[in-house]
Design a protein around this ligand. Structure first.
Ligand SMILES: [Zn+2]
Length: 274
């Protein structure tokens, strides 16, 4: 294969839980939840992809769309929307198939009805890849999954499929497009580790992995693109310190990716392999 190595810019639009917002006194009832993380992060993602001139794949949690103004998603049409479950449950890969099916189906309907887009791709919460979820996805007409993360850190190390490495493969009629990790000890190479180890570390990992020839599936999180009130929520929910520089660092990383790599969506990659 010739030309620039290819990369995917993906964002998991993890919001906050309505119950948490209620507990914090920020909302009177969970049903009023317009997720503040999404309200702030989604327009910022659209804007920064505009600036970097790239298309992204955005994984949406169905329930977070409740109470959200459609305007938050203005400009989203250029990007691909994927399914990131309806409620973002813990340990998705261990759920009974009926529960998996419900999570995928409800999120699919919410994304279709609220955003007018039919997802064909899925990412499990916390990269909880499971071959059983592939059967559920195939049954619902999906073409790809992008949940597998090769990583020896807990909780990833105990998961099924971790030994499979970072190259795409087809299983049970579904294309698996693993999320990028480093060489041994296989740390995730995503927005979170970039903020921890720095942009030069991130760029170095990209260069090393690009040598393998597999597309680089890079993952960022909406919560790294918020400031102000949302940061207070994030601090409580994810127990991390707010980082004022994170917004500009993520922007710089996306601009770098778009300058150095040919940016494609996950769907485009999956279509080639399906
Ligand atoms: Zn998530």
């Amino acid at each position: 294969m010739t030309g620039a190595p290819r990369a995917v810019v993906s964002f998991d639009l993890d919001g906050t839980s309505p119950r948490l917002l209620t507990d914090m006194g920020l909302l009177p009832t969970p049903s009023d939840a317009a997720d503040p993380v999404l309200v702030e992060a989604v327009p910022r993602i659209v804007e920064l992809c505009e600036r970097a001139d790239c298309r992204a794949t955005l994984f949406v949690v169905g329930r977070t769309l409740e109470g959200l103004d459609r305007e938050v998603f203005d400009g989203i049409d250029r990007h691909e929307l994927g399914n990131h479950t309806h409620t973002h449950p813990d340990r998705f890969g261990t759920l009974p198939p009926a529960r998996m099916r419900e999570e995928v189906h409800k999120a699919h309907e919410a994304i279709r009805d609220r955003l007018g887009s039919e997802p064909v791709g899925f990412r499990a919460p916390d990269y909880d890849y499971s071959p059983r979820s592939l059967a559920v996805l195939a049954e619902q007409g999906y073409i790809y999954d992008s949940s597998l993360l090769r990583c020896v850190l807990p909780p990833y190390m105990s998961r099924e499929g971790v030994h499979r490495g970072g190259a795409p493969f087809v299983q049970g009629g579904i294309v698996e497009l693993p999320v990028l990790s480093s060489g041994f000890p296989w740390l995730p190479v995503n927005g979170t580790t970039m903020l921890t180890f720095g942009l030069s570390w991130f760029k170095r990992q990209l260069e090393q992995r690009a040598d393998d020839g597999a597309p680089l599936v890079v993952n960022f999180h909406a919560r790294d693109l918020v400031e102000g009130v949302s940061q207070r929520i994030i601090q409580q929910r994810f127990r991390v310190q707010p980082r004022e520089t994170s917004v500009s660092a993520i922007e710089e990383a996306v601009v770098h990716l778009a300058a150095k790599y040919e940016i494609v969506t996950l769907r485009e990659l999956a279509d080639e392999l399906a």
